[in-house]
Design a protein. Structure first.
Lengths: 447, 272
């Protein structure tokens, strides 16, 4: 392996969104402004809204919430001849297992998001914007509420933004605990005060979203990237990354890593490079499997360490870049146990609207439970795969599809471990305490 | 598999370490439709005209009032300590909905509780990564230590324990939440110390967050009524700053924007 710092002209890490995360009280508006914050807003307000859309289009920014849809293009789908009000909704419902980038961003530097919201709302000519943040992060909600209040006081939002005649209301809206609300149409139903269940598309939210009006829904990191693009230019942004995956992004390294954490790098970095910066897999252990972008993205193996972590590179390995949530598991880990827990997650979070997901996740959990307990029955593995086949592509939204990813990919790589579930409990094959971070904690403290 | 299909009484424990036979917990084999519905026997309420006014003020924030229902239910919980029939009726009345509409919403989201919650809601993440990293052990130890199972409250009304799905702090696993504040990189021993301090009435501060308020006070913030604690706590955790520190050590940074200002037109205009 070559030294990453010399393998290209580019810096390996490129902190932009994370640049102020170490600052004292970075969440205060004054500290944000001292770093040049809100200068992009002033620049944007001197441009035509359509020009702002063009710059974001030219930058090549793609959605950072998982799907990777070009952000500027999404904005351009808003029919400007539609007389209804336009809405911007930020999806801050970060809940995909493994994903932990938006929450620290909003806690450390909520103004990065708020400035992005104002510029983006201006670009699509929305006069109301919502930040839909999951409810289970009290301090993040506090920091967002305060940041929005500060922005109002500074004249960055509210009526007549900076004297331009543009009006914008921003509403911080706390959810109430439902992973499905990260799905954009379920989020809209939830934001309308209903059960968070996905809608049939078309019509797409750009045409009939919130209150059946044209609506853009973007992930936190996507919107937070906008101020830097406006400030530094599309060419600057697209100088980072790979051919079709432009810009910098936040990679979240978790699990059996010596130093887990957040790394902001140009798209296309590899897990091998990131592990090199994180001190590798914890001492005395080796990587067994990992996810590139959360539990809904099929697992990958050590042989995929050199796969470029961009949209195309990961897709070529039949997985997805997703949210760049790199969960690493070492050889002490039972893959059956991990897959069971993820499946329990999907079962718990299934909204119940469609049968394949509601019933399918139910059956998957039951089978995985007995495999974990070493009480699997003949045909169980094929039954799991059959169930997955009947959920994938037959569910109302991506939650059902996501539920099948860990199972079918884990069976692909670790079928023998599932076979062992016919006779031996997973906790005997992989004593669970060996996987913990405090495995070295004195026996007296644990017993 | 009859033994797997039957939820064990009091078997709130998840399987830990291979020395017990308690794989259930969660009610994995139990239907969510078995969950107790709203307790309509409860008739006393703290919802008065002042609370109604506050509920109505939430509705006024939104282009369409019904959008306020989630924060309004958070406010109901902050007043009542759970979602009560009176709270449902108040929301329905203010929004012009049926109580069935409101109940349908209140029973969909996991943060809305139909039974009284303790002063402190303690959640332990047991989704795969945290579970593997020690969340299962933390959760099991807390159950033993507190003598309660999932979604149960200690007799003194101090602590309600619940195992959680992923709370978006995976780089700081295993994660525990107290009233939705982060307690990162916890251990079984540390978790017990925290709940002991809470029960003793001591002031406890989150790893990344503020001094812990009560569950009902937290619910008020989620309803959109700030409590003035936004400036407490750190900017971010050490793991959040890891990439930043590595970049600084190695002299790495994002490209210089000046290298890309080729035309000069934009900057000239800006200068005016």
């Amino acid at each position: 392996m070559t030294d990453p710092s010399t393998s290209s002209g580019q810096a390996v890490l490129t902190p932009v969104l994370t640049a102020n995360w170490g600052d004292e009280r970075a969440w205060k508006i004054g500290n944000y402004e001292r770093r040049g914050g809100y200068s992009a807003l002033r620049t944007a307000l001197q441009m035509e809204p359509s020009e702002v859309v063009s710059v974001v289009k030219d930058s090549g920014l793609r959605g950072r919430g998982g799907a990777g849809f070009p952000t500027g293009m999404k904005w351009s789908f808003i029919p400007q001849d539609n007389p209804k009000p336009k809405y911007l909704v930020v999806n801050a419902d970060e809940s995909e297992p493994g994903t932990c980038k938006d929450i620290p961003l909003m806690m450390a530097s909520p103004h990065t998001l708020v400035e992005g919201v104002i510029i983006s709302a201006y670009a699509i000519r929305a006069n109301t914007a919502f930040i839909y943040v999951r409810g289970e992060v009290l301090h993040v909600v506090r920091r967002l509420q305060q940041a929005v209040r500060e922005a109002y006081s500074a004249g960055y939002c509210g009526p007549n933004v900076l004297g331009t005649g543009y009006d914008l209301e921003i509403i911080v809206h706390a959810g109430a605990g439902a992973y499905i609300c990260g799905e954009e149409t379920a989020l809209l139903d939830s934001l309308e005060g209903r059960r968070g269940q996905p809608r049939l598309r078309p019509p797409f939210p750009a045409v009939a979203g919130l209150y059946a009006s044209p609506t853009v829904i973007n992930n936190v990191e996507s919107i937070a990237s906008v101020p830097s693009i406006i400030r530094n230019g599309a060419a600057w942004f697209s100088s980072m990354g790979t051919e079709k995956s432009k810009g910098m992004t936040i990679y979240s390294l978790s699990g059996h890593v010596t130093n887990p954490g957040q790394f902001e790098a140009p798209l296309g970095i590899t897990l091998r490079e990131l592990l090199g910066l994180a001190g590798g897999i914890r001492e005395g252990h080796e990587l067994k499997f990992w996810t590139p972008g959360g539990s809904s993205t099929p697992i990958l193996m050590p042989e995929h360490l050199d796969v470029p972590l961009d949209y195309e590179g990961v897709a070529a390995q039949k997985s997805m870049l997703g949210t760049k949530a790199l969960q690493c598991f070492d050889e002490t880990t039972s893959v059956v146990r991990v897959v069971l827990r993820w499946t329990e997650f999907y079962k718990h979070e299934s909204c119940g609207k469609c049968t394949p997901c509601r019933e399918g996740t139910w059956w998957l959990v039951q089978i995985l439970h007995r495999l974990e307990a070493g009480q699997g029955q003949e045909g169980d593995i094929d039954k799991l795969l059959d169930l997955c086949e009947n959920i994938l592509g037959r569910s109302f939204c991506a939650l059902g599809d996501g539920a099948t990813s860990p199972i079918s990919s884990a069976i692909k790589y670790f079928r023998d471990e599932f076979e062992q579930g016919m006779h031996t409990p997973a906790w005997e094959l992989f004593p669970y305490e060996r996987s913990t971070v405090f495995v070295r904690e004195p026996a007296g403290a644990q017993a | 598999m009859p033994e797997l299909l039957e939820p064990r009484p009091g078997a709130a424990g998840r399987h830990v370490g291979g020395n017990t036979e308690e794989p259930m917990g969660h009610g994995e084999m139990k239907s969510y439709f078995d969950e107790p519905s709203l307790d309509y026997a409860v008739t006393d309420t703290l919802i008065d005209d002042g609370v109604r006014e506050e509920l109505a003020s939430i509705a006024a924030r939104y282009p369409q009032p019904r959008s306020a229902l989630l924060p309004m239910l958070h406010l109901v919980q902050s007043v009542e300590g759970r979602v009560t029939p009176a709270g449902i009726e108040a929301c329905a009345e203010i929004l012009g909905l049926t109580t069935a509409d409101v109940s349908g919403v209140a029973t969909f989201y996991t943060m809305y509780k139909r039974r009284p919650v303790g002063k402190y809601h303690v959640g332990v993440c047991t989704t795969s990564l945290c579970a593997v990293m020690g969340g299962d052990e933390v959760y099991a130890r807390l159950q033993d230590h507190l003598g309660i199972g999932n979604d149960e409250t200690t007799e003194d009304g101090a602590v309600t324990l619940e195992h959680l799905e992923c709370n978006a702090a995976c780089d700081m696993a295993p994660v525990m939440m107290v009233n939705w504040e982060f307690f990162d990189q916890t251990t079984p021993r540390r978790a017990c110390e925290i709940v002991d301090a809470l029960r003793a009435g001591e002031e406890v501060t989150a790893t990344r967050g503020a001094r812990v308020v009560t569950w009902q006070q937290a619910e008020r913030v989620l309803a959109g009524f700030p409590d003035g604690r936004a400036d407490e706590g750190v900017t971010s955790g050490p793991t959040s700053q890891l990439g930043l520190r590595v970049a600084a050590e190695r002299g790495w940074s994002a490209p210089d924007p000046n290298d890309f200002r080729t035309t000069g037109d934009d900057s000239a205009e800006e200068a005016k």
